[in-house]
Design a binder for this molecule. Structure first.
Ligand code: MG
Length: 250
């Protein structure tokens, strides 16, 4: 009997604190099976894991809306979409706590400098910006460089590739929680840029602003659209997918 139990778990071990499960509990549900994706290359994007919600597959932008809720007027061709000075775009679906993967490329032909060079942005819930910028040998204020949590935290390192090269962000976002007007828990953001950790569970100070201190003075819901910024530069995006975080005890 003991041998059989040892193969599949135990029923006589200590209870884990704050949990209904024992150490090595035989009854504890197995994790869901997910087929992992693949990594991409400069030529081709990777493939999403099997349980991801694909937001942009390189050709279909129907899950997005442009300015005033109308159709997206960014260029969609050759497996990417490109900013065309027609305004920000955002997903029809709303997301809160999630894992997000997104690939982008700044224009190969360098124009402008500082914040005027390859500027765009990834806005979680439409409010919290991870800066997209051509930050390759392009000095600007530190909390506005590529992968910054804009206006608050520079990335731990500058992991930029050269202009025109595809780059990846893998982001873990935990939305803030409010009760009535009171902040219960702030947003937490983790970002991996081109495979390099640049923010580890940073506590956001509030929705992103420009030249002002972010704050949680205006409560908002736990979900919102994923928004991509049109800052006037022809930044490209491909292979965008999200995995909502469904809770730790699933
Ligand atoms: Mg930006």
């Amino acid at each position: 009997m003991a041998e059989k139990q040892a193969r599949v778990g135990y029923d006589d071990t200590p209870m884990l604190p704050g949990s209904k499960w024992r150490v090595h509990d035989a009854e504890r549900p197995q994790p869901r099976v997910v087929t992992p994706g693949t990594f991409g290359s400069q030529e081709l994007p990777g493939r999403p894991p099997s349980d991801a919600i694909v937001l942009f597959d390189g050709s279909d932008a129907s899950g997005w809306v442009g300015r005033d809720g109308g159709p997206v007027r960014w260029k969609v061709e050759n497996g990417y979409m490109e900013v065309t000075r027609t305004g920000n775009i955002q997903t029809r679906a709303h997301f809160g706590d999630c894992q997000l993967h997104i690939e982008w490329a700044a224009p190969a032909k360098v124009r402008g400098d500082s914040q005027g060079r390859g500027n765009s942005g990834v806005f979680l819930t439409g409010k919290y910006e991870i800066q997209v910028l051509d930050g390759y040998e392009n000095p600007t204020y530190a909390d506005g460089i590529t992968a910054a949590i804009y206006g608050t935290y520079p990335p731990l390192v500058n992991a930029c590739r050269r202009p025109g090269e595809w780059q990846t962000y893998d982001i873990v976002f935990v939305a803030p929680r409010f009760e009535e007007d009171r902040l219960v828990s702030p947003a937490f953001i983790t970002v991996i840029h081109n495979g390099v950790l640049v923010h580890h569970c940073r506590e956001a100070l509030g929705p992103t602003g420009h030249r002002r201190l972010p704050s949680y003075d205006e409560p908002h819901g736990p979900t919102g659209p994923l928004m991509l910024q049109d800052h006037g530069d022809a930044v490209r995006y491909r292979n965008i997918w999200v995995r909502p975080i469904r809770g730790c005890d699933e």
